[in-house]
Design a binder for this molecule. Structure first.
Ligand code: GLV
Ligand code: MN
Ligand code: MN
Length: 414
């Protein structure tokens, strides 16, 4: 049975959600618990309720919509993704996993399917690390892989805590209580855009994700004396930004030299104090993103960058500290969930190819608590995290159809 996906409705909803944003269309900016995020949450909740889903929100703001099965005591099958967006992002990242999941459920309902296991749609809180420099907040909490102490240390750029942000958003309750019990879900499937060029290049409509690369974030702080840009002569300077420039070079050099094209290193965030054209910087903070499909190789580059930062600081006579903000292991997909996806592709007459995910996803953490796999659809030009991110309505609809087929199999068979 092929689920009757309503391509137009799904596409119209993606466009509608894109306009709930702090930047002008087609750019999307929706940062955790900002006004735009809260409006998007209310809009999504309405859509879930219209589909007859029973909605609940947990203590970290994850939103769940449950379509009850014929066996309410059996563990549910889950799908979902995120709707938060980094500044100046596109309208498909995360969103197609949530709205495509909703459309998959509606299509199964329209086809008269009665799942044995309940099917739950999840909108995960803050997959993107924008506000608290901490990605996959909601799925980490569900999987119980973050300590209360780590959550208490989180601060946004204004110095606000997660509890401040939750209070502002009207989200309450003890966060450890949001952790899911082992066996809470029988399986999890996440639909997402590829965010890379492979599917488009090979003309394959569906990617079946077998593993997700292991991300790490390193924060380095370098501190000097600051001073007047005219009055402090060059021999007297201890400029932390010059040391930081050496660290940027080291990130690029070490990632390129790892021996694998799967190693990537990026300095995407650097803040300077005091930040004036006529002032030598006093403090530089940089957040460095390093990833690989091989955890040991990733950790080797991470240690190399830490060492390079120590050496750069020593040679420039500036202070130095670093903190590994997160260093998560890779995720491996479950064979039964992979089979369900591939059978759904065959039923829909769609070719698929197995691939790894180089971006991270909430599925990284869901994989720790239940059998998990992901479905990818093509990204035009491999572009993502940019306003010109694009996947056609038909490509998204194919992904939603495969998702529906996989959910149906997992909810009746497992
Ligand atoms: C998720 O958005 C990532 O940075 O991979
Ligand atoms: Mn993203
Ligand atoms: Mn995403």
């Amino acid at each position: 049975m092929r689920a009757p996906i309503d391509t137009e409705r799904l596409s119209a909803e993606i466009e509608e959600l894109a306009r709930i944003s702090d930047s002008p269309y087609p750019s999307v900016t929706r940062v955790l618990f900002t006004e735009a995020d809260m409006r998007a949450r209310r809009w999504l909740t309405g859509r879930m309720e219209d589909a007859g889903l029973a909605v609940r929100v947990d203590a970290v703001g994850n939103i769940f919509g449950r379509w009850e099965g014929t066996d309410p005591d059996a563990a549910a099958v889950a799908t979902g993704s995120h709707t938060d967006a980094i500044p100046d992002a596109g309208r498909f990242d995360g969103v197609i996993g949530v709205l495509g999941g909703l459309e998959a459920i509606r299509a199964l309902q329209a086809a008269g399917v009665r799942p044995r296991r309940a099917i739950e749609l999840i909108m995960f809180t803050a997959e993107e690390p924008t506000r608290f420099a901490f990605g996959c907040l909601g799925s980490r909490v569900l999987a119980g892989v973050v300590t209360p102490e780590r959550l208490e240390r989180l601060r946004d750029a204004e110095g606000r805590t997660l509890d401040d942000a939750r209070a502002q958003a009207g989200v309450s309750g003890p966060i450890p209580g949001a952790r899911l019990a082992a066996g809470a879900y029988a399986a999890f499937v996440e639909l997402h855009i590829e965010q890379g060029p492979e599917l488009e290049r090979t003309g394959v409509p569906i990617g079946v994700v077998t593993a997700i690369a292991a991300p790490a974030t390193l924060r380095v702080e370098l501190t000097g004396e600051g001073g007047h840009a005219g009055a402090v002569l060059m021999p007297e300077r201890h400029d932390p930004l010059v040391a930081a420039a050496e660290v940027v070079q080291a990130v690029d050099r070490l990632a390129r030299a790892s021996g694998s094209p799967d190693t990537v290193g990026t300095v995407g965030l650097m803040t300077l104090e005091p930040g004036a054209v006529n002032s030598i910087p006093r403090r530089v903070r940089m957040d460095i993103d390093i990833r690989d499909t091989d955890e040991a190789r990733r950790d080797g580059v991470l240690e190399g960058v830490r060492e390079a930062a120590r050496a750069a600081a020593a040679s420039r006579g500036v202070g130095h500290s670093d903190e590994v903000l997160n260093a998560d292991g890779p995720a491996t997909s479950d064979p039964a969930v992979l089979s369900a996806i591939e059978e759904a592709c065959a039923e829909s007459g769609l070719t698929s190819s197995r691939m790894v995910s180089r971006a991270y996803h909430d599925a990284v953490f869901m994989a720790r608590i239940c059998p998990t796999a992901m479905i990818f659809v093509p990204s035009a030009g491999g572009v993502s995290h940019r306003p010109d991110e694009y996947t056609s309505p038909e490509e998204v609809a194919r992904g939603a159809e495969v998702l529906a087929g996989a959910l149906m199999r997992l909810s009746t068979r497992l």
